[in-house]
Design a protein around this ligand. Structure first.
Ligand code: ASP
Length: 324
């Protein structure tokens, strides 16, 4: 029988609605009490690592989850399911994707409706995630996000709706599989990415979003010795208002790594435009174009790369290649 490690970290999946209709955390996680859910089919090992709403999650907790999985692998587990709040689920999932060797299936799941609400999706998603983690076909897909009978890659999935149970979507590429009758069916394969085995996480990695009329203020506010790196969600294919360029140059002169992604929901950042502030000029200035990742994912990748000690050309290569 497959041994699956269930790591619970909190989120709506672990919460309940009170008499006033407010969703509140529980002292006891109701999902963690469901140890018999797969009785006779898998051996479930439960670890209630955290009980945090996911806006309270930081890279420090993400690293602890990674280390718990490393420990589980040494103990001979066959797969991992992590329950997590959906707000920052994609960031934790991608952090794990970048830092774990992917020898066993790792699946992250959550819920949009708390445990005692009508139509609660928590237990169902938990069960489905276990089924995916226990299936041999799930090996080698990197970290996956399983919700609402869909299997998404941690690399490209994103939360798209504040309340709908079908919130997780993979723009541009789509999900890699579905769950039907308790079994995963895969119809796409992820091109693998190198992993970095980090043992600490750096602070002060920021994310800025460009907008029409943006000025230099936010860039200048981050121009200090503490800033380790900045991801900029550029306009369209990856462009910035010209008025920001002197401040961008000051950051580069300060040797602060700058990564450019697109603020668009679909597509990838590219150096297409040759006008003031266009992607061609930004690349020539020294911004690293990161293709296919949204801002919050690119920030996680920059943070992992910096935590691994990558600099200069090696950091640029790490961030610019979606695959290696
Ligand atoms: N705000 C909640 C959280 O991320 C939402 C959820 O779990 O779905 O913890």
């Amino acid at each position: 029988m497959k041994k699956i490690l269930a790591i619970h970290t909190g989120g709506t999946i672990s919460m309940s609605q009170n008499e006033k209709g407010e969703v509140v955390p529980n002292a006891e996680n109701p999902i963690a009490q469901q140890e018999t859910i797969m009785e006779g089919r898998v051996e479930l090992i439960t670890d209630e690592l955290f009980n945090l709403p996911s806006p309270h999650m930081t890279p420090v907790e993400m690293l602890k989850i990674k280390q718990r999985i490393n420990q589980g692998e040494k103990e001979g587990i066959d797969g991992v399911v992590i329950t997590h709040g959906t707000d920052t689920l994609e960031e934790t999932a991608y952090f794990l994707d970048l830092t774990l060797p992917s020898t066993i299936p790792v699946v992250v799941t959550g819920a949009m409706r708390s445990s005692n609400e009508v139509g609660s999706d928590g237990l169902y998603n938990f069960q489905t995630a276990i089924e995916v983690a226990a299936d041999d076909a799930s090996r080698g897909n990197g970290v996956m996000v399983v919700m609402n009978d869909e299997i998404h890659t941690a690399r490209y999935v994103t939360k798209t709706h504040t309340t709908n149970v079908a919130t997780f979507r993979t723009p541009t590429f789509g999900p890699i599989g579905l769950v039907a009758k308790g079994h995963p069916i895969y119809f796409q394969q992820l091109i693998r990415e190198d992993t970095c085995d980090i043992d600490h996480v750096v602070d002060h990695v920021y994310l800025l979003k460009a907008y029409a009329g943006m000025d230099a203020s936010l860039f200048d506010a981050l121009n200090n010795d503490q800033t380790a790196g900045i991801v900029i969600e550029g306009l369209g294919a990856g462009n910035l208002p010209p008025v920001t360029l002197p401040a961008v140059q000051r950051l580069l002169d300060h040797h602060i790594p700058l990564v450019l992604v697109s603020r668009c929901y679909n597509g990838v950042a590219e150096d297409i435009y040759d006008y003031q502030g266009g992607g061609i000029e930004l690349r020539k200035m020294g911004l690293m174009l990161c293709q296919g990742l949204n801002g919050q994912k690119a920030r996680i990748k920059l943070l992992v790369g910096l935590s691994a000690g990558l600099q200069g050309e090696r950091l640029t290569e790490y961030l610019s290649t979606a695959v290696s």
